[in-house]
Design a protein around this ligand. Sequence first.
Ligand code: G6Q
Length: 548
Amino acid sequence: MATSRKTLLNSLMKHKKRLDEQPMRVQFALDPNRFKRYSASASDLLLDYSKNRIDEPTMAALFDLARAVDLEGHRKAMWAGKHINVTEDRAVMHMALRYQGDKPVKIDGRDVMPDVRAVLAAMKSFTGQVRDGSIRGSTGEAFTDIVNIGIGGSDLGPVMATLALAPYTRADLRLHYVSNVDGAHLHDTLKGLDPKRTMFIIASKTFTTDETMTNASSARGWIASALGEAAVTDHFAALSTNLAACDAFGIKSDRIFGFWDWVGGRYSVWSAIGLPVALAVGFDNFEAFLKGAYDMDQHFLKTKLERNLPVIMGLLGVWYRNAWGFATHAVLPYDQRLSRFPAYLQQQDMESNGKSVDLEGKPLAIDSGPVIWGEPGTNGQHAFYQLIHQGTSVIPADFLIAANPHEQMAPHHEKLVANVFAQSEALMLGKSKEEVVAELTAQGLDKAAIKALTPHKMFPGNRPSNTLIYPKLTPEMLGSLVALYEHKVFVQGTVWNVNSYDQWGVELGKQLAKALLPKVLGTAANEGNDASTKGLLAHYHKLRGMAE
Ligand code: G6Q
């Protein structure tokens, strides 16, 4: 019988014990080559992982672990189009969407590349025509505002990428994203928009998601009441695998952009779901985004595990989750335009590896995915970094920084860089009692004050972080970064032996509200639920002036 995951992960504990006694600052003092030893790159992207609780035997044990769980075999299976999404019996092949080579990419014996290229060509033509004004609204006006209606995987990727690539967008073609079923989202987005110059894109893999369909129907009403029912076809496009439902909605066939069931929602920004990004930044830039992801695919496929960025980052995450028990992981981009990157990764990672049964359906005997969270720096420094520095929880973090800003506004970027380097250094070094006492003494404080203040001003240090540094946040680099994290999630899912590609927790949400809606509306009796739900419904009815 193969060694269990629990046994494999337990074997890491002896390394933890050793490292518990040798903090990073000691290791840095002993090894002037530590940065060189623990940094690796994928083309222009450098990962410095030297500020982690690691040494050579630990890294060797982590790579052994990757081999023991047959990471390379699993990777090969994914690329070969095997149905590794076992609960939905599907291949996982979003890499085909960005494939730049000329070999066939087969799923179930069929080369999918002709279909992929046909959709890309249609996207190119459509986005080009909208951008140059040859596709216009029903009254002949060029579009100035595009509203993408979608949620989850049909929203987060395009929102994140559009914000990240703001320097490549045009001021006269604005992208808006509506996801929440809360009417406030659509209402506030439409406020000030002119129906004559507004196009809606309905982005939904299934074309059945209630939030999206509700927003789509209200948007349809907004266009129809302003411009007439016949205008709908000129003002709507759709991105979906459900072509029949798009057609039934009234969307013209040449404005429906398809994709396939082997593209998971949270992995779909590379597909037709990326259309709003291509509209915002132009198709050439969208292609560069795909190319950057392809480069990372090649790195992940071809680089030996010891130099492989997604493998290193994935294994470090396993190390902290399973050997040290750290429950959360922060992603801290020092890049304002990556403001939605942590939220995007939250879905990518937590929906993928937030699982508690293994591939065979047996309960996991080990911890799986951590909580992913974060905000851009330096804002976070003035808020939650306090806990990262001095709280009782240790939170491994990824810092991201570009060497070159898009704006020539010295000294802004230089200050940003100084802050990000300072943070990871401070987290690693901490501040000892001796250092605090010396500092307070130099400030001239008396003995009693020093004694009282010292514990508050000490920092434990030895807090781990990775730093990712790249020349500039270009479309290509963004593609590489997103693909890096996708593959990191794959590595971790493989170690934990979970299906990273289903999302039954999401499906549950899609069903629950449906059952309750008639009771909210008051068309069904308020009975059958638990006392809390029943009480909340009754109070809601009272606040809305409805009879119970
Ligand atoms: C992603 C999930 C989920 C999905 C949304 C929207 O992997 O499956 O976030 O993207 O529920 O689904 P539709 O695109 O089908 O509307």
